[in-house]
Ligand binder design. Structure first.
Ligand code: ATP
Ligand code: MG
Length: 233
């Protein structure tokens, strides 16, 4: 198992938001965390990434306990996290943003080549300031910057945030290309059809707890999922 989360609890100021979360990601797998606004997806991802200290439970990467590691150490072990807000450096160029993904190291040529293969639209824009890119292009830079770190696990929080439907679909297609190249992904998403279009497995998070787990096929025909997330009566 690459990522193993067991009985994890996390929250803010002593207030528990997610609890009893058990979740696994195998190497090469794409796993979706599905849930509506406020379900706790971001809280869960931040706890895994070391940006929020878990209140209980365990997080391990390839068998190594990293539960209370600070974010920089989790990142150093190969876990990249792309927040929904992207957090680019808007005044810096696309190139600088990408190169900083490898910090404190220099980017590997293969890593940059992968970014341009997945996101060819970035190549002619390397000298453009990131803040002047369209939303879709900014999303590409955010994912590209994470890829430059050559992560073992890439975590994305709602990659569709702020994107028109067509661009959100493109973003998930790019994730499909990454999957085709063997990348391991954990993706939080509230647009369930998008999430299920690329995932091997999904977990449904409701009020901070995992209520269902299954393949896209299983989730897609689950009556609760259909009612709550797919708008099917
Ligand atoms: N910094 C914080 N301090 C206090 N409460 C917070 C904080 N961040 C989030 N929460 C609360 O935790 C709960 C879960 O929020 P979270 O952002 O994890 O949900 P989410 O599933 O990511 O939602 P969304 O789809 O809207 O991004 C919410 O009730 C939210 O108000
Ligand atoms: Mg969120």
């Amino acid at each position: 198992m690459l990522l193993e989360v067991s009985t994890l609890a996390a929250g803010y100021l002593g207030q528990t938001v997610v609890q009893g979360v058990n979740l696994e990601v195998s190497p090469g797998e794409v796993v979706a965390i599905i849930g509506s606004n406020g379900a706790g997806k971001t809280t869960l991802m931040r706890a895994i990434a070391g940006l929020l200290r878990p209140m209980a439970g365990r997080v391990s990467l390839a068998g190594r306990d990293m539960t209370r590691w600070p974010a920089h150490r989790v990142a150093g072990a190969g876990v990249a996290y792309v927040p929904a807000e992207r957090h680019l450096f808007p005044a810096m160029t696309v190139k600088t943003n990408l190169v900083l993904g490898a910090y404190p190291h220099r980017p590997q040529r293969e890593a940059l080549e992968l970014v341009f293969e997945i996101f060819p639209a970035l190549k002619p824009r390397l000298q453009q300031r990131a803040g002047t890119l369209s939303g879709g292009q900014q999303q590409m830079v955010a994912v590209g910057r994470a890829l430059v770190a050559q992560p073992r696990l890439l975590m994305l929080d709602e990659p569709s945030t702020g994107l028109a439907p067509k661009l959100a679909k493109d973003a998930f297609e790019a994730l499909g290309s990454l999957k085709g190249r063997g990348m391991t992904l954990l993706v939080a998403e509230q647009q369930v059809p998008l999430a299920l279009s690329v995932a091997d497995r999904g977990y449904v998070l409701e009020n901070g707890r995992i209520t269902l787990e299954g393949t896209p096929h299983e989730l897609d025909r689950n009556p609760e999922v259909r009612r709550a997330y797919l708008g099917v009566a």
